[in-house]
Ligand binder design. Structure first.
Ligand code: MRU
Length: 322
């Protein structure tokens, strides 16, 4: 599997996640193309969006400076509102713009490289913590959406924890929620798990809490799109019901994310803008309308898991028990 995102021949190289399980690469040469790719979810997942934002500023800095560059950066940062890493990546690259386009590109490349190291650290720390909480295993782990290599540059956050355990032969199987409406679980997480040779079962989202209640998994491990200062976790819609079920069953609910996903400027989950996506994503399946004409839909892409339901947040720097 090629890298999720990289800088190749003066363009952003993206593995087009709308095409998976087929592997197709996109070469993105302008900020408008990048915004389109972000909004279509050709590139997605909080850490990958952070790197995309920084590379986008690098593209823009080749021709724009000062207020013009700042306006383009603002537009890019707003392409998806919930995952804080997009704005973090944009800000970081923009902060060195006075030193010229080469400095901006260097900052973006550094962010890319840090993401790889950070995922490795999260994986190792999360695997150790699950050992403490659940014993040596092999463990039955439940995950939601995709917090794997394809949501980052490489390795992954929540799936990075799974991979670290798998390297130690401590994974029995993974339960992957399919993650309606865009199926990041069954299209993207499953591709990664097949690639890695990790046994797994895909379940419909509605089955997740009941699988936990029946004692069929030992722990839940998910990623995060934004973590508020009080430890509330914003993640793909459907995460909250897993956290409730895990608390009720008394199994660990772990959140794995880079420290850059912790947003101290956001006091709690209630202050986070939840992205509302197109109703058509819910009303149709693979382009075919399933709901009758006259039905409308709500399509919130994320939910908030209150801090008191979170056993621990594992970052590249620490284990935080909010
Ligand atoms: O809408 P997406 O696919 O960008 O959703 C974000 C996610 O990938 C998940 O919420 C993930 O768990 C957090 S990012 C590693």
């Amino acid at each position: 599997m090629p890298r999720t995102i990289d800088w190749v021949d003066d363009r952003i190289a993206l593995l087009d996640q709308t095409a998976l399980p087929d592997v197709r690469m996109l070469a993105v040469g302008s900020v408008d193309e990048l915004i389109d790719a972000i909004q279509r979810l050709a590139v997605r997942g909080a850490p990958a969006l952070g790197v995309a934002g920084a590379f986008g500023v690098a593209l823009a800095a080749r021709t724009a400076q000062g207020p013009e560059l700042a306006a383009t950066a603002k537009r890019l940062a707003a392409a998806r509102p919930t995952a804080v890493n997009l704005a973090v990546g944009v800000r970081r690259a923009l902060s060195v713009a006075p030193q010229g386009a080469a400095a901006v590109l260097a900052a973006a490349c550094a962010l890319r490289d840090e993401d790889v190291a950070s995922c490795r650290a999260i994986g190792a720390r999360g695997a150790d913590l699950l050992g403490e909480l659940c014993g040596p295993g092999p463990l039955r782990l439940h995950t939601h959406c995709n917090a794997g290599a394809l949501a980052c540059v490489e390795w992954g956050t929540a799936l990075g924890v799974v991979r670290s355990l798998h390297e130690q032969r401590r994974v029995e199987f993974v339960v992957a929620d399919e993650t309606r409406p865009l199926l990041q679980g069954s299209r993207i997480t499953a591709v990664e798990l097949v690639d890695l040779g990790i046994p797994h079962r895909i379940v419909v989202d509605g089955a997740g809490p009941s699988i936990i209640a029946r004692g069929l998994v030992d722990a839940v491990v998910v990623g995060a799109d934004r973590i508020a200062a009080n430890g509330d976790v914003v993640n793909k819609i459907g995460t909250y019901s897993l956290a409730l079920a895990a608390a009720r069953r008394g199994i660990p609910f772990l959140v794995a994310a880079p420290e850059t996903t912790v947003d101290l400027a956001t006091p709690d989950g209630g202050a986070v803008e939840i992205e509302e996506r197109a109703a058509a994503e819910v009303l149709t399946v693979a382009g075919t309308r399933m709901a009758p004409v006259g039905s409308e839909a709500w399509n919130p892409a994320f939910d908030v898991t209150p801090a008191d339901l979170v056993t621990a947040i594992v970052t590249d720097r620490r284990v935080w028990r909010p």
